[in-house]
Design a protein. Sequence first.
Length: 253
Amino acid sequence: MFFRLHRTIKIRLIESFLSSAVSFIDESYIVEKKEKESMVKHVAHMVRSYRQVFHDKLFILYSVALVLFMSLEYQLNNYVGIRLENEMQKQPFLNWEIDGILMAGLLRTENTVLVVLIALFVTSIVTRFKDRHVIVISSFFFVAGYAFIAYSNSIPLLFIAMLIASVAELLRVPVEQNYIGSLPSEHARCSYLAINGMSFNLSQMICSFTVMISAYLSSTVKAILIAITGFIGVAILLKIGTALDKRVKEVEE
């Protein structure tokens, strides 16, 4: 009689049978119930974690260097764009008339195109040299390129400076990320990454301060200050480079 039933009814009967069978299966994975931490305990745990991060001088110095470098990169969309708009007159270049606003846009475009084109070849270049050598040398040229962009109004020289800064940035970033992944200790990784995540806000604050004081200082003085800011970061990397490699080696072992 079962085989004479309508196909839909057969399917419903099979589904009902399977549903009933499943109800007899016991769950083998038992979640351990943990006591709910009080707010005081939770805050105390956070304080201990952040205290440990701030006692890690190597990580803090490295984070300061990254903030200084990042602040230079953001200058292109802040102070440099304002300076070019105010100071750069229209200049002929390859049958174009380029003013400061257009120049700032072209520099951002050049940076984006270079990142897309060169990123594929960066890894093979970086792996041939020691990490600390790569990050120090590339950071030096990165700072030099952006310091020149903060000063010059020459179209060809601005393009060359952006080329140097972009290539240096691409060489620096893989090593930079490798250090970021190796420096935090396993049990406090979230706290380390939270502190490192503040780099964006701090670098933006430096850029805002730069724009604010640019109204009172000449372009030459501002370019010098930007260069000093970046080279302080390079000096920090020179100081801690050996310790960074030692920490990475310990983590890998």
